[in-house]
Design a protein around this ligand. Structure first.
Ligand SMILES: [Zn+2]
Length: 281
């Protein structure tokens, strides 16, 4: 068992903890040129690993020299309570669609905070994620955040690495791109790039699996995630709309105002946004 776990871990590390099944979109029309990355900011890091995870997600390399992320310790409630109010304006900003057709804007910037030893999220999402993990623990349920914020740079590196790997297998450049685009979100189109998504599993899990839906951890999340502003983002039966396979592990922070409404509606975020837009109060 130990050996298996080590191999799994190695595989995860090699794949950069990327859930390669996360995006089965085959939309190849999105240009990879839109994913110019922030390579220069990485070199400023005293701790490359931490910094890479925490730098600005700006896609415009001309503005990439100054990392905006300064809060990297623990998520805490900010002094400005409007950011966390139940219907505060501050949390409505988290209610938007990120997908292949709706990449993050070039000037998207966030501050992050840790949700465990190594994973970060946007600081408000991190605050609520920690609250959720704590609440689960009080109910005897231990949740583990396996993957959270990934910089666009990270996503780009992952994407490029996978293309090179396929070329080494004998794929042409076009074949390699097409195959990778089916499995890995284009940089800037993943909710993980937004810092608003967490892949949550059991403490014993080192990978994301559909069988997570049969666990008591999933059951708890199904009942309570929306109370902390999270929705299960890629539901079963909505694959054609979301462009993603069913992912019982992937939770997206949309804020504590919208999450219960979306959950109750039975709609996925794309449908809800299409139907109600930004006007529901
Ligand atoms: Zn995910």
């Amino acid at each position: 068992m130990k050996k298996t776990a080590l191999i799994l871990l190695a595989v995860l590390l090699l794949s950069g903890c990327q859930n390669v099944s996360e995006n089965n979109s085959t939309d190849l029309t999105t240009s990879s040129a839109a994913t110019t990355t922030t390579s220069s900011s990485v070199t400023e890091a005293s701790d490359m690993t931490t910094k890479t995870e925490a730098t600005s997600v700006s896609m415009d390399e001309t503005t990439s020299t100054t990392p905006v992320t300064t809060e990297q310790t623990t998520a805490s409630e900010p002094s400005d309570s409007s950011e966390f109010g139940t219907v505060g304006n501050g949390e409505k900003w988290a209610y938007f669609v990120v997908n292949t057709d709706n990449p993050l804007p070039d000037d998207y910037e966030i501050e992050t905070a840790f949700v465990n030893d190594t994973k970060e999220m946007e600081k408000t999402a991190a605050y609520y994620c920690l609250k959720m993990v704590e609440a689960a623990k009080e109910d005897g349920i231990e949740l583990k955040v396996l993957s959270a914020y990934r910089t666009i740079q990270y996503q780009q590196d992952l994407f490029d690495r996978n293309i090179e790997q396929r070329k080494s297998w004998g794929y042409t450049a076009e074949e390699a791109y097409a195959d990778v685009a089916k499995n890995i979100a284009l940089p800037g189109t993943s909710e993980h790039n937004a810092g608003l998504a967490a892949d949550i599993v059991r403490t014993t899990d080192w990978d994301v699996l559909e069988s997570f839906e049969d666990t008591e951890e999933f059951e708890w999340l199904s009942q309570h995630a929306q109370e902390y502003g999270f929705i299960m983002r890629y539901p079963k039966g909505k694959e054609d709309i979301t462009g993603y396979i069913y992912e019982p592990w992937h939770y997206r922070f949309v804020g504590t105002y919208y999450a219960p409404l979306i959950k109750e509606s039975g709609l996925c975020l794309e449908e809800y946004y299409e139907q109600y837009g930004n006007n529901s109060q």
